[in-house]
Design a protein around this ligand. Structure first.
Ligand code: AMP
Ligand code: ZN
Length: 139
């Protein structure tokens, strides 16, 4: 997908689609998610179109993520939540619906309705070392 014409988040960056913006700088913008998992659910996105994190340069990612601690603190203070989850989905298999990189900042409160299915597994003998080596080779 190309920037601008078809991408809803590029259109928000360009000011063509309204959004409740909370942050705006040279690297990115943040605005409230219109389908919030919890009140104050915020999205942080790069100005420059990139479909997934793997498509971003180190510089663009660093510029964007500079804002994450400050934004997380602001969301937490403004909503009074106890904590936040930061989620970032890459690819439809991972639940990505909008193909423009975005970080979800989701306020968490006791008894909220947000649950993870986190099926923690275990490695067979030696497999963890093999995988670590394979990942190091690809860096
Ligand atoms: P994901 O499934 O990670 O791609 O999440 C996409 C998120 O974008 C969803 O939480 C949507 O509610 C949100 N979203 C889609 N369109 C808009 C929009 N125009 N303004 C704000 N949030 C949006
Ligand atoms: Zn885009």
């Amino acid at each position: 997908m190309n920037a601008d014409q078809e991408c809803i988040f590029c259109r928000i960056v360009a000011g063509e689609v309204p959004a409740d913006k909370v942050l705006d700088d040279e690297a990115g913008i943040a605005f409230l998610d219109i389908g919030p998992v919890a009140e104050g659910h915020t999205l942080l996105i790069p100005r420059k179109h990139a479909e997934t994190l793997a498509d971003m340069s180190e510089e663009d990612a660093a510029g964007l993520l500079r804002n994450l601690p400050r934004l997380g603190r602001a969301v937490q203070s403004a909503t009074g939540c106890e904590g936040v989850n930061v989620l970032q989905n890459n690819g439809s298999i991972a639940g990505q619906l909008v193909p423009h990189v975005h970080f979800h900042i989701i306020p968490r409160s006791p008894g909220d309705e947000f649950h993870f299915n986190w099926p923690a597994g275990a490695y067979t003998e030696g497999r963890i070392d093999e995988l670590a080596a394979a990942i190091r080779e690809h860096l």
